[in-house]
Write a protein that binds this ligand. Structure first.
Ligand code: C2E
Ligand code: CA
Ligand code: CA
Length: 464
């Protein structure tokens, strides 16, 4: 019975010639298909199929977007883009035997309703068929056009599904697929939806964080391994939104980077460091305050280059010769020429440059030879397995030797035990930081420890 009804819908959608959902005959008039009416028809179509779904059959809604469609319009014009769209519809229709509905809803977006083959690999087979539609180019005016697609998939569970919600879920998954870089398929699941909602609300709250004084800095000491004296402090951002607990930087920094908020937030960080350092006149022994290092996202360089220059200049005049910035190495390898210019610019300002998370990128040793840097931080993942893994010990030893040959200082991060510290000292590492030496703490605490040189500055290597 369900079979018949589905067949009837397919007929309605694809065969009656003046129905706007005809795909087989899609001609130049296909543009007239764009519009909310199509979506409404699609919803009605899905609703009808769902109502007749027999037990044991699985049905999915898919939202499909073309990743580089706006580039195609810019490069080849709207007329070509329209032809390509029609070709896409025809190919989907031709290659997907289980498709019941294909509707072009707007711009570069299509929605499809398909029945899955009754096999554990039914979804995989369908996904492969859809994506393989884009393996070959589409022809427009005898010129091949290569496209890729992002696909969001949502499972229908039965007659009680709300078609609107089903389609909405597929669309949410599709925008996730595009956000993740395109050319991929994401299957919707409910927790993912609540993650998206959380992320949205968190970004909203982050907009207000600077004005509402919810940001603060902790500092983690960096010690000179031979003397165990504190020589530097890394500024680490903390966010305590009102009405909820602290949010981890690993959670909110990526949001700040995606939304561009990292630019005003990064300015706040530098301003705060300058203020705290200009207040700091060590009370005893003619000590100078330690140098301070600040994390800078590549997004800050991309979006707020001029503003960052001003901030750094201001910071540098308050902290002459004692400011460094940490940039994640893996991001620099994306645009090596631009990166080299940026690093030179920073050094001309008198700011030292540290490559952060060193060893996690593709071409670590190569980038060490080709980028102008003052220091590198060996990523925590190497330090973690230093004692059990001869391989990691060899890698760390090689990094240290090469860096020294090039006149680059080496700092190990994530040191959690005396044994790791000893091992690093044995490999001639220069400096280190980590929970064993001291966790990050508010400046007052770190400062008191620094000025009395205990316990931070004088911790012996033998203690565990
Ligand atoms: P990161 O730059 O690699 O900073 C080191 C992280 O490791 C810090 O996490 C620190 O608390 C943690 N850590 C230090 N010692 C140990 C240890 O012995 N064991 C372990 N397991 N962890 C240790 P945190 O503060 O949560 O910061 C996470 C990341 O957020 C930072 O990684 C950095 O990439 C980013 N971040 C923090 N503050 C800023 C900022 O002001 N601007 C930007 N752009 N990014 C920041
Ligand atoms: Ca860092
Ligand atoms: Ca790091």
């Amino acid at each position: 019975m369900a079979h018949l009804v589905i067949a009837e819908i397919v007929t309605t959608m694809f065969v009656i010639s003046d129905n706007p959902l005809i795909v087989q005959d899609a001609g130049p008039g296909i543009k007239s298909l764009i519009g909310p009416a199509d979506r409404a028809l699609f919803l009605q179509g899905i609703g009808d199929v769902l109502a007749e779904l027999a037990e044991g059959r699985t049905f999915v809604a898919m939202a499909l977007g073309l990743d580089n469609f706006s580039d195609l319009i810019v490069a080849r014009g709207e007329a070509t883009a329209e032809i390509v769209l029609r070709e896409v519809v025809l190919r989907l229709r031709e290659r997907l035997s289980s498709v019941h509905l294909i509707v072009w809803t707007s711009g570069d977006l299509f929605v499809l309703a398909c029945e899955l083959a009754d096999s554990p690999r039914g979804l995989e087979a369908l996904q492969v068929s859809v994506i393989s539609c884009f393996d070959e180019p589409f022809l427009a005016a005898n010129t091949p056009v290569y496209l890729s697609a992002s696909l969001g998939v949502a499972f229908a569970t039965g007659a009680r599904d709300d078609p609107q919600e089903l389609l909405g879920s597929a669309e949410v998954a599709r925008s996730e697929a595009r956000r993740a870089g395109g050319r991929r398929i994401i299957v919707f699941d409910r927790p993912a939806r609540s993650n998206i909602a959380d992320r949205f609300e968190m970004t909203q709250a982050l907009h207000r964080a600077v004005e509402q004084h919810e940001l603060s800095l902790d500092y983690q000491p960096i010690v000179h391994l031979a003397s165990m004296a504190t020589v530097g402090l890394e500024a680490l951002l903390r966010w305590n939104p009102r009405g909820r607990g602290q949010v981890r930087p690993d959670t909110f920094i990526p949001l700040a980077e995606d939304s561009g908020l990292i630019v005003p937030i990064g300015s706040w960080v530098l301003g705060e460091v300058v203020e705290q350092w200009s207040d700091w006149v060590p009370a005893n022994r003619g000590l100078a305050p330690p140098w301070v290092t600040v994390n800078v996202s590549v997004a800050q360089l991309d979006v707020g280059f001029a503003g960052l220059a001003d901030d750094l200049l201001a910071a540098q005049s308050a902290l002459p010769g004692r400011l460094s910035v940490e940039i994640t190495e893996s991001r620099l390898t994306i645009d090596p020429e631009g990166a080299r210019a940026t690093l030179n610019w920073l050094r001309r300002l008198g700011v030292k440059v540290i490559l952060d998370d060193f060893g996690t990128g593709y071409s670590s040793l190569l980038s060490l030879c080709s980028f102008p840097v003052d220091a590198l931080k060996i990523d925590r993942s190497f330090v973690e397995h230093l004692l059990e893994s001869d391989r990691d010990q060899a890698i760390v030893g090689t990094i240290i030797d090469l860096a020294h040959t090039l006149g680059i200082l080496v700092i190990a991060e994530g040191v959690e035990s005396a044994a790791q510290l000893e091992c690093l000292a044995g490999l001639s590492c220069d400096q280190a930081q980590g929970f064993y030496i001291s966790p990050p703490a508010p400046l007052d605490e770190v400062r008191a420890a620094y000025e009395t040189a205990s316990p931070l500055g004088q911790r012996s290597m033998g203690r565990d």
